[in-house]
Write a protein that binds this ligand. Sequence first.
Ligand SMILES: Cc1cc2nc3c(=O)[nH]c(=O)nc-3n(C[C@H](O)[C@H](O)[C@H](O)COP(=O)(O)OP(=O)(O)OC[C@H]3O[C@@H](n4cnc5c(N)ncnc54)[C@H](O)[C@@H]3O)c2cc1C
Length: 550
Amino acid sequence: MTSPTGRAPDGPRPPDVDVLVVGAGITGIYQLYRAREAGFSAQLWEAGEGVGGTWYWNRYPGARFDSESYTYGYLFSEELFREWRWCEHFAEQPEIERYLNHVVDRFDLRRHIRLGAAVTAAVYDEPSGTWTVTAGDGRTTSARFLVAATGVLSVPYFPDVSGRQDFGGESYHTGLWPTTPVDFRGKRVAVIGTGSSGVQIIPLIADEAASLTVYQRTPNWCTPLNNGPVTPEEQAHLQEDFEAIKEILDTSPAGFLHQPYDRASTDDPPAERRAFFEKMWRSPGFSKLISHYTDVLFDEGANAQWCEFIAEKVRDIVADPAMAEKLIPRDHRFGEKRPPFVTEYYETFNKPNVSLVDLQETPILGMTAAGIETADGVRPFDLVVWATGFDFGTGALLRMGIVGRGGLSLAEHWSEGPKTFLGIQTADFPNLFFPGGPHAAAGNNPRYNGDQVDFVTDTLVYLRARGYDAIEVEPAAEQRWTAMIDRGAAKSTFGEISYYFGTNIPGKPKKYLLNSGGRPKLFAMIDEVVTNHYEAFRMSRSADSPPPPA
Ligand SMILES: Cc1cc2nc3c(=O)[nH]c(=O)nc-3n(C[C@H](O)[C@H](O)[C@H](O)COP(=O)(O)OP(=O)(O)OC[C@H]3O[C@@H](n4cnc5c(N)ncnc54)[C@H](O)[C@@H]3O)c2cc1C
């Protein structure tokens, strides 16, 4: 394998690897594959003891896709697409973890991967243009390019509840679920949190536990996932349609197969509107955002009608009217937060062993050795599940000890929120990329993270071809993209109440962490970069690099 710099054997010591990828989720695995296929020496360091990222850590019962399985998996290999037959439209965690392990083995990537390597420091050395990266176990390596594919939902968040450590029973965060099975049978279980993970795990625990108490801060607009097995006929269609499916997924704004609907709610009389709402209720996953009436996310009246429709469903399903009212959101409209998709969620609250504590009425005061204390007293538990979410967007990057040019830490540079170009690079941190980080698009994650990985890889190839070994975004380009993100926040259907603004983390700057221009904006800017010969970036040769090719 040649170094991208083509150093002479007697020259200064080259870095250990050309590309060090951090994170073995779907983004990092693809980045490792692309970098190696492009002829770079590449390694991947991962904190966990297995590959899969989100699908390694979130192994709680009920953890599954909200994206259709075959739209989430990789599309870079038609053979891979054909040989992996997803069992369900929305696969469960074990199948997804198996798939990602299969990819790693099928493409012989495991030998490049170091597990149990949590990066605690990554420091840029300007004269040599390399990163020195250190893991928690003290091991160090040097890399020309550092690609932090560390995920946006990879740092679990525990709310600051006094006495949390004093609790004497079992305690688990959904995002740090143990690899050994957790037994709920005969136990008094509490679940704290009713976001996307909470609503997935709650029905499954209710089936097993002696009692389940759900602590809800704010309800969400939950609608059915409408999962099912992929039938042999559907498998056959998937096999036949690879090219067409790939074309749609490669180009659609949110990376789904769902197509936008062409009617507004006002185009239909009430009876037809209601029938359409029923159709939406029965439609799969994110189609309820993408294929809904064109005005439902944008017009207050249309949104309110759809919300009222969901509220009626909740009232129909949940037998106890007071409980039903508590499960209906009052503080946000549909689509203002990332809507969770559920299977038998509302039905769970009809079970005699399930109760609901509304934290608006009785906030948690603290934990004791026995259980959870609210104004109503202490409820004893054997097991507490924290379904309390993540430090979204910047959490992992800001915990990696990243220090760029002149000793500037990423934490300082981003003290008022992330500043990026394309959600891929930030000024003063040469040769650092973070595909799948903050300011990426929104939708089906692997699709737009994959776009970013493709761009990173193409950029490295571009550099190598021209004899450069350092690249850094120009501050003006960073400002332009970041200003666009900030402006887009106002246009986004997501509101400040959403964790997409970091609102769930006390003290975190309230900044929009997605790119509301989505993939189309990303594609357009990447095109502009390429057309303008990367003028948004400054490229250089490090002091000890050989002269460029003639
Ligand atoms: C329960 C759940 C369900 C989801 N469902 C969907 C879905 O249906 N569709 C969808 O599009 N998205 C979904 N997501 C979002 C999901 O995070 C992305 O789909 C995808 O997993 C992101 O992949 P990634 O590789 O970028 O990051 P991740 O999968 O988060 O992987 C990042 C990896 O980086 C590692 N890492 C982080 N910091 C360090 C460090 N300092 N040193 C070493 N390693 C480090 C982590 O351990 C982790 O393994 C879901 C998220 C969760 C939590």
